[in-house]
Each structure stands twice: as structure tokens, then as C-alpha cells.
Design a protein around this ligand. Structure first.
Ligand SMILES: Nc1nc2c(ncn2[C@@H]2O[C@H](COP(=O)(O)OP(=O)(O)O)[C@@H](O)[C@H]2O)c(=O)[nH]1
Ligand SMILES: [Mg+2]
Length: 322
């Protein structure tokens, strides 16, 4: 796709359209960001002053725990409270496993015609940090569009997911009875990132035991935070209002304690770090290619006149001058 040459005022008009809530412009920007188009970076920077209003909620937990079903219900509840909702659904890995996304789309389809709801699926990428960067960019666009709540649903509970939920203000960890989840939770370091536990499929045996176990593992965490535990049956719309209340209460606590600013600072510095990381990575690759073509330097190395550390030192001095 060619985007031609966009002047600054073209870009401003584009960004303005997104801020005004234009769905087509927003969707186009999300695609550009996903494709790592340089234009996306300019547009996201123009949007930045218009962000910082949405409350971003991460929903994580094992595949099949009922995250999408809960998200579907959370949308309904928030809409009932007069709030608009954006959803970033992170799809398991590749374009090859489109099934889950399709299922999610069908389930959430009833919200598709609601102008107060914006749902976007996202394929995970191989690149380090690529997933959280894309999810973060999309959440930024949704925030700028004026959506009040942005949900980020992750696939599982691995390191990628931990990175993704770092982008959230409030993180809900979805657990289900009968899987021995609580051990996995401790392993994956999920306890540290959980702000709320949803014990979903509470219609199944073992929900009480799981809730009790979660209550007791809380004390094993490094900090002694109180993590609310909410029982839900997503398929029967049970416990949903309680879950939304818990999220809203957490949001309020973050605001009144000043921790919201702390979390925002963490989110934003992570975004900066990712961009620097990507840029440095690209620069180093280019430098390495150039070095391999510098016959003089290669000769020095081959003839043992310069040690690798000496050449490295010289290159670092060069980089410092940039
Ligand atoms: N019995 C029961 N089944 C549920 C509940 N919530 C979700 N499910 C079912 O669990 C399956 C996986 O749900 P899904 O929302 O796709 O899970 P995800 O992979 O975590 O997004 C679906 O068949 C749902 O209908 C619940 O509370 N009780
Ligand atoms: Mg799902």
C-alpha cells in the first residue's frame, strides 16, 4: 500500500480525524502501526497529547479460561453505565491459527454495530517486545479516540503476556477451577501483576477451593497487597457487575493514591525503552554490515594488530559522537 507523501498538515488532519473518533482513520492508523510504517510513528506522536484519559485494563489467564466471554460481558456492563469501550484482542501467534480470533469475533459480533465499541484483533509477532508494542500502539489510538475503557485480552500467561499487561493500569487474572492453576500463577510471576482475580466458571466444582487457595497465595507475594477475588460465570452473566465494580474501585484507588501516575510513568518509559531498543538494534545491524565491508578493519583484526575489544572501543566512540 502506498501512502504517497503526507505533508505535516495532512498528518494533522489525519490525527484530528482519529481524535474526533473517526473509525476508518483509526483502523487505518492501527494497520500502519502494525506494519511498522514510519508514518505511524509521526501520527502516534501527534495523537499523544490527546491520550491519558482511558483506563486500560489487561485481561489475562490460560487459554479457555473464559477471557473473551468475560470481555464480551464487560463491554455490555460498561455500555450500560454509559461508557465507551475499546478491545485489543491478542491472537495466538500466527495467521495460521485464525480460529480463535474468528470465534472471538463471532462472540463479540453483537457489539459490532454499537458505535461506542471498537474491537481490534492483533496477530502476535515473533520480534522481541513486538506484541506489547503493537498492543500499546493500538491502546494509544483507542485512548486518543476518546474510548473510556480499553481492554487488552492476552492469549495465555507467559512472558509476552506479562509484558502486555504492563501496559495496563488494572490487570485482571482469570482463573478456573480444576486446573491446578494456582501453581502456574506463582511460576509465571502472575501474582505480582494481578490486581484482581476473576474465578470464572464458578458454576463448576472447585470454585470455592480455588478462591480459598488464591486468598492464601496472596500472602506469598513480595508486597502484601489485597487482591480482590470475584467469582464469575461468564456464560450466565453472573458476577459481571461485581467484576466491573472491582475494576472501577481499583481505578479509583489508583487515582486517589497517586499510583495511577506511577503506573502511567512505567507504561510510558516502557514505550520509550522499546523504541530506543528497536532503533539501537537497527543501528547495530547496519553498523555490523558496514564493519564487515571495511577491509582495513578486517585486515587489522586478521593480522592481529587490533583486538576485537579495541575495534569495539573505537566503534563505541564513533557511536557516542552521533
Ligand atoms: N461452564 C462455563 N463455561 C464457560 C464460562 N465462561 C466461558 N465458558 C466457556 O469456556 C470456553 C472458552 O471461553 P473463551 O471465552 O473463549 O476463553 P478464552 O480462551 O480465555 O478467551 C467457551 O466454550 C465458553 O463458552 C463459565 O463461566 N462457565
Ligand atoms: Mg479469547
Amino acid at each position: 500500500v502506498s501512502h504517497g507523501i503526507m505533508t505535516y498538515s495532512d498528518k494533522e488532519a489525519f490525527a484530528q480525524a482519529v481524535v474526533a473518533g473517526d473509525v476508518r482513520s483509526a483502523a487505518r492508523l492501527m494497520r500502519l502501526a502494525d506494519d511498522r510504517e514510519p508514518l505511524a510513528r509521526d501520527l502516534l506522536s501527534l495523537l499523544f497529547p490527546h491520550t491519558g484519559r482511558a483506563h486500560i485494563v489487561g485481561i489475562t489467564g490460560n487459554p479457555g479460561a473464559g477471557k473473551s466471554s468475560l470481555v464480551d460481558n464487560l463491554i455490555t456492563s460498561w455500555r450500560g453505565r454509559g461508557l465507551s469501550v475499546g478491545v485489543v484482542a491478542v491472537d495466538p501467534s500466527s495467521p495460521f491459527s485464525g480460529g480463535a480470533v474468528l470465534g472471538d469475533r463471532i462472540r463479540m459480533m453483537r457489539h459490532a454495530t454499537d458505535p461506542g465499541v471498537f474491537i481490534r484483533s492483533l496477530a502476535t509477532r515473533g520480534a522481541l517486545g513486538g506484541l506489547s508494542r503493537s498492543a500499546g500502539d493500538i491502546a494509544t489510538v483507542m485512548d486518543a479516540m476518546g474510548l473510556d475503557r480499553v481492554l487488552i485480552e492476552t492469549v495465555g500467561v507467559g512472558q509476552d503476556e506479562v509484558d502486555v499487561v504492563r501496559m495496563a493500569h488494572t490487570t485482571v487474572v482469570v482463573m478456573v477451577p480444576g486446573l491446578g492453576d494456582e501453581i502456574q500463577i506463582l511460576k509465571a510471576g502472575i501474582l505480582e501483576i494481578a490486581d484482581i482475580f476473576a474465578v470464572n466458571k464458578a458454576d463448576k466444582p472447585g470454585a470455592d477451593r480455588l478462591a480459598m487457595e488464591l486468598q492464601s497465595v496472596q500472602h506469598l507475594g513480595t508486597d502484601q497487597r489485597h487482591i480482590p477475588i470475584v467469582r464469575t460465570v461468564a456464560t450466565a452473566q453472573e458476577g459481571i457487575e461485581e467484576l466491573v465494580d472491582a475494576i472501577e474501585t481499583h481505578a479509583g484507588l489508583l487515582r486517589s493514591s497517586g499510583e495511577l501516575q506511577e503506573r502511567d510513568a512505567r507504561r510510558l518509559t516502557q514505550a520509550v525503552f522499546q523504541l530506543v531498543h528497536e532503533a539501537v538494534d537497527a543501528d547495530l545491524t547496519e553498523l555490523f554490515d558496514r564493519l564487515n565491508k571495511e577491509n582495513a578493519i578486517i585486515d587489522e583484526l586478521l593480522s592481529r594488530r587490533s583486538a576485537p575489544a579495541t575495534v569495539a572501543q573505537r566503534l563505541l566512540e564513533l557511536i557516542n559522537k552521533i
